[in-house]
Design a protein around this ligand. Structure first.
Ligand SMILES: C[S@@+](CC[C@H](N)C(=O)[O-])C[C@H]1O[C@@H](n2cnc3c(N)ncnc32)[C@H](O)[C@@H]1O
Length: 206
């Protein structure tokens, strides 16, 4: 299987052109998230892709740090951000592990369509917890590979061998919730936009 950076770099131009699959639920996730935001907030998004969500969220907060493992995704994101005239997004390449970030420095952290792609879910959740201020929120939206149809699950290894699919983590909704609560989060909001996916707002217990 390809290294994640290489896989996502190759996919970036196509990913940038792909339409949002479920516009109605995407809008709802934006609204729910923005209802938490405050104008003086500092927000981190990891796995930001081509920056589409960052561009929509950034005007609602003071500063938005958008990060991704793929430099090609970030090139597209920077270009779109300049085009949109948004000035308060900084982009940095790296992962939650590799980036030097200040503990307890963010009011909100977003991980959208990324948790199922990580090698170590628990490590990512505990790093997120460390980076949030007390009472800060972690907004995640993820595919639950453990809950999609058996047929799709059977196809994944073949697609990975052919280089058409990245590494995926097969946790269930319950496992994700347990990981969050075990790391010191309480669940503020939990919603299943569709079978095999979940949207969660978790709060760092003060
Ligand atoms: C499915 S895309 C989601 C992009 C965006 N969050 C969205 O919802 O459209 C996954 C993104 O995560 C990035 N990625 C994959 N593994 C990563 C990691 N370990 N750390 C940071 N970013 C990663 C990829 O480069 C890609 O941009």
């Amino acid at each position: 299987m390809k290294e994640p950076r290489e896989f996502w770099n190759k996919l970036a131009p196509r990913y940038a052109k792909s339409p949002i699959r479920d516009e109605k639920n995407y809008r709802k996730k934006l609204e729910v998230t923005q209802a938490y935001f405050k104008p003086d907030w500092s927000v981190l998004e990891f796995g930001c892709g081509t920056g589409s969500t960052a561009i929509l969220h950034a005007p609602h907060v003071q500063h938005y740090l958008a990060t991704d493992i793929s430099d090609k995704m970030l090139d597209i994101a920077r270009h779109k951000t300049d085009g949109a005239g948004i000035k308060n997004i900084s982009y940095r390449q790296g992962t939650l592990d590799s980036l030097a970030l200040q503990p307890a420095s963010f009011d909100a952290i977003l991980g959208l369509n990324i948790l199922h792609l990580l090698q170590d879910l628990d490590a990512a959740i505990s790093r997120t917890h460390e980076l949030l201020k007390p009472d800060g929120i972690f907004v995640s939206s993820t595919a639950l590979i453990g809950e999609i149809s058996v047929l799709w699950r059977m196809l994944i290894p073949g697609m990975q061998l052919l280089g058409f699919a990245p590494h995926v983590n097969r946790f269930s909704r319950q496992e994700l919730v347990s990981s969050l609560t075990g790391a010191g989060f309480s669940i503020d909001r939990e919603w299943a936009p569709a079978k095999g996916s979940v949207f969660i707002v978790a709060r760092k217990r003060a």
